[in-house]
Design a protein around this ligand. Structure first.
Ligand code: AMP
Length: 524
């Protein structure tokens, strides 16, 4: 393992490597190496023919009152740790080698470097960007390895690479944590035993944010309020910032979407620690989460409700519903609706004003091809459109959504009560995806009972028989305050199921025309 201290020698080494046609990977570090650094080295070894690690405590990225002089340095131990990887070279320049007398040119990163670490540590990213550019120029790597642990740093460097047309690919590795969850950092060495314990409030708070998102809470304000409670319970922790941001711009978001990142910095005693967590689906691996954050599409229209993380989390909840799994007769929840059809047909969930709830509606194995193949005419589709007074599927999906009262289909005619309750819970969560829902159309007797008993939650426990409710008119309408929509009043229509039985409801289309004022008719 060659230890190189001079720029000239490092450049010559890089030239030879390139001349031999070997790919070159660089892992820049400030030493005091730990498992986090080693994870970068390990990946670099797998991906590159030649790997160079650099160890340089960069004075330019420390503020005048920061810990530059006492930052942990132990080159002997670092070299020993790296020896297991059989690296091609370790670049350990002195400060004078990288910043000789008269040095005065610094790189000025832009807006991405202004907030968070940049705000709390003025000049920090100027120093980081300058030294990383210098290292890129000296080592000329094909690939350079960075840790998610310093998420803002990754984005600042990524921007620099793009803006300055640098010929290097960045590889980002997930944060490595100790067994108790604390993100590993060279600065953890400063912590006393008590502080080390208190520092766990950081990962705990991030995990709380993740838990909330996984239960479907997407409002940043509510998530942060809960997370702050976790932090407030630990008096030794003084929060510097805590924010949920859009991953590419680092702008705070009001609602969480796939790849958003919770960023935190806090002082634990005198030691300043940072951590972050990428929010995504519960089943995503750390690498997938990173991919999600690094490739996240910026949503410029903040009013649009894209089916995304929220839909995906709900889909997994329905699929993994343990209560349903415990009921042997349950065959399959209608996963396609959440997994595919919403994404395909509803790029903006805001458009949905009317939810049509009819048994068997979006089931893959049923006759119904309403969503899977909307061009194929079926009896069910034709009858539903007629009932709603619509011309075709295009008109339908502009304002309507079709879903199912029974989420968990049973192989028996009788669906167990427990399953029905689960179905109702899942349907509630599903309907909450549509913020502008004003009307519900309930198709058929089974859906009527399910709605009356478990969803509408009427004041009287007595449920009027379906035929009586429908009466001679062939349909009924009532206004219902829906508790699971925060008490919002919706209009609910009850109709015969178009393809079941012989009785038909007349078209309710005239009563479903769009409200020109955009107000809920239920309030009239
Ligand atoms: P540092 O020595 O602190 O400048 O870190 C060198 C590189 O290792 C940076 O790209 C860091 O983001 C990365 N790194 C530091 N700690 C961790 C960690 N716990 N997990 C993954 N990467 C890390």
């Amino acid at each position: 393992m060659r230890v190189i201290t001079s720029k000239t020698e490092m450049k010559a080494f890089a030239r030879q490597t390139r001349a031999a046609g070997r790919s070159l990977g660089l892992v820049p570090t400030m030493g005091a190496l730990h498992e986090g650094h080693l994870s970068l080295v390990r990946l670099a070894k797998r991906q590159c023919d030649t790997v160079v690690a650099s160890i340089f405590v960069n004075p330019a990225q420390f503020g005048p009152h920061e810990d530059f002089s006492r930052y942990p340095r132990n080159q002997e131990k670092d070299l020993q740790l790296l020896s297991q990887f059989n690296l091609d070279a370790i670049f350990t320049p002195s400060t004078d080698e990288l910043y000789p007398e008269g040095f005065q040119t610094y790189l000025d990163p832009g807006e991405l470097a202004a907030g968070f670490e940049g705000k709390s540590r003025p000049g920090h990213f100027r120093g980081v960007a300058t030294v990383v550019l210098k290292l890129f120029n000296i080592v000329t790597p094909d690939l350079a390895y960075f840790g998610q642990k310093d998420f803002q740093q990754v984005q600042v460097i990524r921007r620099m690479v793009e803006d300055l047309d640098l010929d290097v690919r960045l590889v980002v590795c997930p944060t490595v944590r100790d067994a108790d969850g604390l993100a590993i950092s060279s600065r953890n060495l400063y912590l006393s035993a008590a502080e080390r314990k208190a520092a766990l409030a950081l990962p705990h708070s991030l995990r709380r944010a993740q838990e909330l998102v996984h239960t479907g809470e997407m409002a940043t304000r509510k998530i942060l309020a809960e997370v702050n409670k976790v932090l407030a319970a630990e008096p030794q922790v003084a929060v510097d910032y805590l924010m949920i941001v859009e991953p590419r711009t680092l702008q705070p978001v009001e609602r969480v979407s796939l790849g958003c990142v919770a960023l935190i910095a806090a002082r634990v005693g005198p030691t300043r620690l940072i951590d972050n967590l990428i929010l995504g689906s519960p089943s995503a691996s750390p690498e997938q989460l990173l991919q999600g954050a690094l490739s996240a599409v910026i949503q410029t229209d903040t009013c649009t409700r894209l089916p995304g993380l929220e839909t995906e989390i709900l889909r997994q909840r329905v699929e993994n519903c343990r209560d349903c799994a415990a009921i042997p007769s349950i065959v399959l929840p209608p996963r396609q609706f959440l997994a595919e059809y919403l994404k395909t047909h509803y790029p903006d969930l805001n458009v949905v004003e009317v939810a049509v709830i009819g048994q068997d509606s979006p089931l893959q194995h049923s006759e119904n091809s309403f969503y899977s193949d909307p061009t194929r005419p079926t009896l069910f589709a034709a009858d539903v459109l007629q009932l709603l007074g619509l011309k075709d599927f295009q008109e339908f999906k502009a304002r309507f959504v079709l879903t199912d009262a029974i989420r968990c289909h049973s192989s028996h005619i009788h669906v167990p009560e427990k399953a029905l309750e689960n179905c109702a819970r899942h349907l509630e969560a599903e309907l909450k995806l549509f913020p502008n829902l004003k009307t519900i159309v309930v198709l058929g007797e089974d859906a009527y009972h399910q709605f009356q008993r478990l969803l509408g939650k009427p004041a009287s426990a007595q449920i009027v028989p379906f035929s009586e409710k429908i009466g001679e008119k062939g349909w009924a309408c009532e206004e219902v305050d829906i508790s699971w929509l925060g008490g919002r009043r919706l209009r609910v229509f009850y109709c015969y199921h178009p393809t079941l039985g012989y009785l038909r409801s007349p078209s309710i289309g005239p009563m479903l025309t769009p409200d020109p004022m955009g107000e809920s008719r239920g309030n009239r």
